[in-house]
Write a protein of this length. Structure first.
Lengths: 90, 264
């Protein structure tokens, strides 16, 4: 009873939609054959490149793979503090 | 020249063998010549599901070992014209057969039959490679649960890599009631995740248990929802345009059925 009332008010998501979300994520990883080492290396190399142009804290950078339609999007999230003055480096 | 279709799933227990037995029988009932090939060497079951277990003399292994002619190894199903079974050896294991040998058998069978349905074992190893070696097309069987769908996706990837197409989906053990109350993934979501064409939906039918007990495929049973679903799928395989009934909402299928019975 309590469950159905909660479902009525949309507090508890239906287990079928949880299943769908979990499946989408896990299948994305399966299809991409995602190797943790690849992501870690990419993470380091991206930071190296980004650090040339932006000032940011290293541990704020997040890299993830998200399904979008029939393909996948690599999302790199890096909140930066400020951009370096590129002309100074020349 | 007939078609070779592999029936596969990745995960075990989702209804590959039941689907192979029913689709093979249904195609034969539609007047096609069909041979069912059990590729589950060492764990054969297609013979017992079909009720032919007492009549197996030779297996595909004997054909490969040249102990008997291919045509002699085929067991005729006496209940319907045009249906035969090539059993798997129970004494050997999957590694005793090479994919090329299975392909050679399928190629020979296709020259004398309209359809060759290969029942694949579960898994992605040699048994699967053997089963899919000679296939033109694939039917992937899944149930609407996370583990079966995930494994189906893995198998679809392997089939695509092997350039087997089209790959069609049979959604088995579907429960409109559970979909209706949000406890089961619906067919649109399964299609959205797996991104292949839906060949048909087989509703959950407890009749499968008694049908397997007796060795009589569901399609022989008039009034069986599962059997009717397999008949529709078989018609689609032969190219007929048969719509997939709307199972998606609670009670909708029942109301449609009621509407038809009232009309008829």
């Amino acid at each position: 009873m309590s469950i159905s009332i909660r479902q009525l008010f949309g507090r508890k998501p239906k287990s079928s939609s949880i299943a769908k979300q979990r499946l989408k994520l896990v299948i994305t990883q399966d299809r991409f054959d995602v190797d943790d080492r690849v992501v870690t290396r990419l993470h380091h190399e991206l930071i190296e490149v980004l650090a040339k142009y932006f000032e940011f804290s290293m541990d704020s950078v997040q890299i993830s793979l998200k399904p979008e339609g029939n393909s996948y999007v690599l999302v790199a999230d890096f909140p930066y503090k400020k951009a370096h003055d590129v002309s100074m480096n020349r | 020249m007939g078609k070779v279709i592999v029936v596969t799933s990745g995960k075990g227990g989702v209804g590959k063998t039941t689907s192979t037995a029913n689709l093979g029988t249904a195609l034969a009932l539609l007047g096609k010549t069909v041979v069912l090939v059990d590729a589950d060497v060492g764990l054969r079951n297609l013979d017992i599901v079909l009720g032919l277990e007492s009549r197996i003399v030779y297996t595909s292994m004997d054909v490969i070992d040249k102990q008997c002619e291919l045509s002699k190894a085929l067991v005729r199903d006496r209940r319907v014209d045009g249906l035969t079974l090539l059993a798997a050896s129970q004494k050997n294991n999957k590694d005793d057969i090479q994919p090329a040998q299975m392909k050679a058998i399928c190629d020979k069978l296709r020259s004398t039959h309209d359809f060759v349905l290969v029942d694949s074992p579960a898994g992605i190893e040699r048994g699967f490679s053997n089963a899919s070696a000679g296939a033109d097309e694939a039917i992937v069987v899944t149930t609407p649960d996370v583990s079966a769908i995930r494994d189906a996706d893995r198998i679809i990837g392997l089939l695509q890599h092997a350039r087997i197409e089209p790959i069609n989906l049979v959604l088995n053990r579907f429960s409109p009631e559970l979909v209706g109350n949000g406890s089961m993934i619906d067919q649109e979501d399964v299609i959205d995740i797996l991104n292949i064409d839906l060949l048909g939906i087989v509703p959950e039918d407890t009749g499968v248990i008694t049908s397997t007990n007796r060795g009589i495929p569901l399609v022989y049973e008039e009034g069986s929802e599962g059997g009717q679903a397999y008949m529709r799928i078989a018609r689609r395989i032969t190219g007929q345009q048969i719509p997939i009934p709307a199972f998606d909402q609670k009670g909708l299928f029942t109301s449609i059925m009621n509407w038809f019975t009232r009309k008829g």
